[in-house]
Design a protein around this ligand. Structure first.
Ligand code: ZN
Length: 610
């Protein structure tokens, strides 16, 4: 069951696309049209090519060619599906969702997100309300956590008792079964439940979409396991989420660099010291999924793991994963085995920035460390080559690969060709990697299709439309005056492209139920693929044309379309003539001459204009 169209319309009308987009990028507007830098994280630009129409409630970026209405923006930007986007906007506008509708249509994951959010609020309040001299407050002070950081990252406190959270959930009539699925509480052998997190500083783990997907807990008692996470669940996959990203993504993007650190505390202390382009994996290994989500924001990754042996090993393991995804990793090594948190406190943030700026390639660090274990004998070089082969073969960037080969050849004092010919099983490996990538791609595609809750069947696919018809379509949607003129003429019959004709017909149907002309575009934009074909009018050349120029464009397009249609008619008549009787042939010839006269007339009009 879906939401009724009435409900969807009401939700759309109660929100303003301009306000929503302004949360992601600065928009400057005059009149109806607002421009700004493209808010999509994978489109970096210095001059604005992103525009939003206030009256039509659609957006279009002529740089990355994304376009859509308010729902499509949330789907693309926050990764919501259609139902979730409707719910989000209803919430935002304070429109209640009827209970029975909600239960049937809400995504099954939403109840988990809501529950996690409630639990995060509970832990947060526990921390805020705890006495000044409590262990948790003392710990926060010792680590130098500022009030603002605690609030920004919603840090919390799970107290020492075995059932604080369990009782809270029962009191709030929350499902203990769901809480148990999320790993927040655990079943007792004797029946009932107990709290998973006790006497811990709590770190809610928040996805890029701003949802609480899980928790990390830091022990306050030295006897306990230092860090534990809530278990993986339907909404929590540790190998996908990066800690801090919901707050730091915009800084990573704007600075075009990211600092990859090891722990929650490193993220927090760097963030509050003013180094805000920072993230950490969740105390687990760094994965390809992590690399891919960073790649959407920047290619420049500074790996800043702890100086101890474990930290360096972790950095080494992250290297091939970063290289495989085409990222450009550098390695930051802090002196005296310090971790970033300690370093910033001791030496200050400027000193850290200097170390980061001077950081060498992570590849060089790893390779040199490895080389130090081998002598310069020919047989050692062979063994060493075997060790670095995999690493070299993981480099996805061709230019980088060549440079690294040179580096190895220098390090071993051998020619580059020798390095290349001693890459073990090179061709084989590269091939197998390629097919793996392909599989991954297909998997993603099918996932996307599943999550698309809007019927695919009513999407109009448009391929290679003739320019005149495409431009005319955009003029029709741009101004009601053009629309009225078009339908007063018989030009619709002359539209040759099936996709364009279908769009115009659908627009005509929608127009019968929509009194507001401006709503047409946002209604159509989700039914056309690629959607940009009906938002071209928001960008140059349209947006820079005067009234007269637009008028001329309309006339030119109409004439071209008519002329092409006449030409097609002539061709058809000529083909028919071959099979016709002599009398019919005469009739057809007459028709052809009439049509040719009209075409000539059109041509004359055109030459007058020029
Ligand atoms: Zn863009």
């Amino acid at each position: 069951m879906r939401f009724s169209q009435d409900f969807i319309n009401r939700v759309a009308e109660s929100n303003n696309l301009v306000d929503i987009i302004a949360e992601y990028t600065q928009l400057r507007g005059r009149g109806d049209r607002f421009m700004g830098l493209c808010p999509f994280p994978d489109h970096h630009e210095k001059t604005p090519s992103f525009s939003v129409s206030h009256s039509k409630q659609v957006y279009y970026c002529f740089g990355c060619r994304r376009s859509g209405n308010i729902f499509q923006f949330l789907e693309a930007m926050k990764g919501l599906n259609f139902i979730e986007a409707v719910e989000y906007l209803a919430d935002r506008a304070g429109i209640p969702i009827e209970r029975d509708v909600k239960d049937k249509t809400a995504s099954p994951k939403k109840k988990y997100y809501d529950l996690n959010k409630e639990v995060a609020d509970f832990f947060h309040l526990q921390l805020i309300l705890s006495p000044e001299d409590s262990t948790v407050r003392k710990y926060c002070r010792k680590r130098g956590l500022l009030k603002k950081t605690v609030k920004d990252f919603m840090l919390g406190y799970a107290d020492e008792s075995w059932d604080s959270l369990t009782s809270f959930l029962k009191k709030e009539k929350q499902s203990v079964k769901d809480a148990s699925s999320l790993g927040l509480i655990k079943k007792r052998a004797s029946g009932g439940y107990y709290d998973t997190f006790r006497n811990r500083l709590m770190f809610p783990i928040i996805s890029l979409q701003g949802r609480v997907v899980g928790f990390g807990g830091r022990a306050l008692d030295i006897e306990d396991v230092k860090y534990i996470n809530s278990s993986e669940s339907e909404i929590f996959n540790k190998s996908e989420v990066l800690y801090g990203l919901h707050k730091t993504a915009k800084y990573i993007k704007s600075e075009d660099e990211v600092l990859l650190v090891e722990g929650y505390m490193d993220v927090l202390s760097l963030y509050q010291a003013g180094v805000k382009n920072v993230v950490a994996p969740l105390g687990t290994a760094f994965t390809s999924e992590h690399a891919r989500s960073l790649k959407k924001l920047t290619r420049n990754v500074f790996v800043l793991f702890d100086g101890d042996e474990a930290g360096q090993m972790a950095a080494e393991r992250a290297l091939p994963i970063l290289l495989q995804e085409g990222l450009l990793p550098r390695g930051v090594v802090l002196p005296e085995n310090m971790d970033p948190d300690e370093y910033v406190k001791l030496k200050g943030v400027e000193s850290l920035k200097e170390v980061v700026r001077a950081a060498p390639e992570l590849f060089s660090l790893v390779v040199q460390r490895l080389k130090s274990k081998y002598s310069n004998s020919p047989s050692s070089k062979i063994v060493f080559m075997e060790k670095v082969s995999d690493l070299l073969l993981s480099v996805a960037d061709k230019g980088l690969f060549d440079l690294y080969v040179d580096e190895i050849s220098e390090l071993l004092s051998v020619p580059s060709d020798w390095v290349l010919s001693n890459l073990k099983g090179s061709t084989l490996k590269k091939e197998s990697r390629k097919s793996l990538d392909l599989e991954e791609g297909n998997k993603k595609l099918s996932l996307r299709q599943e999550s698309n809750m809007k019927g695919e069947e009513d999407i109009i696919e448009v391929e290679n439309p003739p320019r005149a018809e495409l431009y005319l379509l955009n003029l029709l949607l741009m101004e009601e005056g053009f629309w009225n003129r078009f339908f007063a003429s018989a030009l619709l019959n002359d539209i040759s492209h099936e996709g364009i004709r279908k769009i115009i017909q659908l627009a005509q149907e929608s127009r019968q139920t929509t009194s507001d002309f401006d709503k047409l575009t946002s209604l159509l934009v989700e039914k056309v693929s690629p959607s940009r074909y009906i938002t071209l009018f928001m960008a140059p050349p349209f947006s820079e044309m005067s009234r007269e120029e637009l008028e001329r464009m309309y006339v030119d397009c109409s004439r071209q379309i008519r002329s092409r249609a006449l030409k097609a008619q002539i061709q058809k008549l000529k083909a028919d003539m071959a099979l016709a009787s002599p009398e019919e042939q005469v009739k057809k010839l007459e028709q052809i001459m009439n049509i040719q006269r009209e075409r000539q007339h059109l041509e004359q009009e055109k030459s007058k204009m020029i």
